[in-house]
Design a binder for this molecule. Structure first.
Ligand code: 9UX
Length: 72
């Protein structure tokens, strides 16, 4: 189960940015699997919506200094 989304991410300028975001997301409760593309400026996130909301995922991304756009 799980919901999979593709979010545009702005503010990533080097590979440490994308690695950090990917690590944080994968360590977030409710996130099943996250993959971040620096060249694509996107994050693919599979999550359990009973544990975490999309709103909270956006806030987590914002908390570490990036911005999530609208779902593609
Ligand atoms: Mo790279 Mo990103 O030196 O927050 S880690 S700019």
């Amino acid at each position: 189960a799980g919901t999979e989304i593709l979010l545009p991410i702005s503010g990533m300028t080097c590979s440490a940015c994308s690695s950090r975001l990917e690590r944080v997301l994968n360590n977030t409760d409710g996130v099943i699997k996250a993959g971040v593309s620096l060249p694509g400026e996107t994050a693919t996130i599979k999550f359990n919506s009973a544990i975490i909301s999309l709103r909270d995922i956006r806030q987590t991304i914002k908390d570490i200094g990036f911005e999530a756009g609208e779902i593609e």
